[in-house]
Design a protein around this ligand. Structure first.
Ligand code: ZN
Length: 336
């Protein structure tokens, strides 16, 4: 099965050709235009997708000497995300499906992230999925292949958003995740004690917005120099990693009382790229005999390869739907 996939839910334009379980080629363009605004500007994002997607698709087919009429299935992210951006990618991909009289499969972006570790790992179930991105912080239970239940999520900011907002407060550029990780390397992680909201509760809900408020106060009380930036980055990163591990440990206790023993944890989404957070998660959960999985590097951020994979993996359960309307909010169904 030859699949062409697009992903345009936020500020990455991405196209991918996948044949069965092999990525033929995957091209992603990260929009730079948002840097000067310190965050994604929706109108600029959709315009940039529009400028790039046709050119990138042409390149993809030319590079691999594949004619579009050879594609068996066309698929695109149809939510959640920025509605203008979703409309660009999904309408473009639908139009190809119509032109070549082939099926069009709408894919949920979150489903793409959730399934991303199954591309390069043999998942041991029950599997706990930590979805850590700029738009979402969610925990899913995957009892078995394709059987997904949302256990909890952030009640306010997403984890990636917390990184971006903190970076902005201390004068680092957007996106903030990699900037904070770099500054934190030589910082004193015990310098600032930051709040850990909701951490004592035995559930999988998170709250990150109070940390931002606390950091905002610190930036007013302290001189923002190189040392402050490094120490605050390190303290913030440590705090976030501890919130994640402490909450998951408590959540696992609750699952155990419901007779569910987790065998593996998938850490997915852009924040799974953070080496400090990875180490912390590994150091806490490997001792419980839990396997930790990460996606391939190219499937961590927003990308069309995970969309192609979600389409390939559960193709038998999907229906072609040219009339599916993209949605800015879209939940993951229990059967993917
Ligand atoms: Zn994403």
């Amino acid at each position: 099965m030859l699949v062409f996939a697009t992903e345009t839910s936020c500020d990455e334009t991405s196209v991918c050709l996948m044949e069965n379980e092999n990525i033929i080629q995957h091209i992603t363009f990260s929009q730079e235009i948002h840097k000067k605004y310190g965050g994604v500007v929706p109108e600029l994002a959709s315009r940039s997708h529009l400028e790039k997607i046709q050119y990138m698709t042409n390149q993809l087919f030319l590079n691999n000497n594949i004619e579009p009429d050879k594609i068996d299935v066309f698929t695109a992210t149809c939510g959640p995300g920025l509605i203008g951006s979703l409309l660009v990618g999904s309408t473009f991909t639908k139009s190809l499906a119509v032109s070549f009289k082939k099926p069009f499969i709408p894919i949920n972006h979150l489903e793409g992230h959730i399934l991303s570790t199954s591309f390069n790992n043999n998942i041991k179930f029950p599997n706990l999925v930590l979805l850590l991105t700029g738009g979402h912080t969610q925990v899913y239970l995957m009892k078995d292949e394709g059987c997904v239940e949302l256990l909890g999520q952030s009640v306010d900011d997403a984890i990636g958003e917390a990184f971006d907002k903190t970076a902005k407060l201390i004068g680092l550029s957007y996106p903030g995740g990699s900037e904070i990780e770099r500054e934190a390397i030589n910082g004193n992680e015990n310098k600032f004690v930051l709040p850990k909201p909701l951490v004592k509760e035995k559930n999988f809900n998170f709250s990150f917005s109070g940390i931002k408020t606390h950091i905002s106060i610190l930036t007013k009380k302290n001189k923002i120099n190189k040392k402050f930036i490094k120490d605050l980055s390190a303290s913030f990163q440590k705090n976030i990693a501890e919130i994640l591990t402490e909450k998951i440990e408590r959540g696992l206790e609750r699952l155990k009382s419901d007779n569910i023993t987790i065998n593996s944890i998938s850490v997915v989404g852009g924040v799974s790229n953070n080496k400090y957070i990875r180490k912390k998660i590994e150091s806490v959960f490997i001792k419980y005999g839990i396997e930790i999985y990460y996606p391939l590097p190219e499937m961590m951020g927003d990308n069309a390869a995970m969309i192609a994979w979600a389409c390939v993996k559960f193709y038998n359960k999907k229906k072609s739907d040219l009339f599916f309307k993209p949605k800015s909010r879209l939940n993951v169904r229990s059967v993917l």
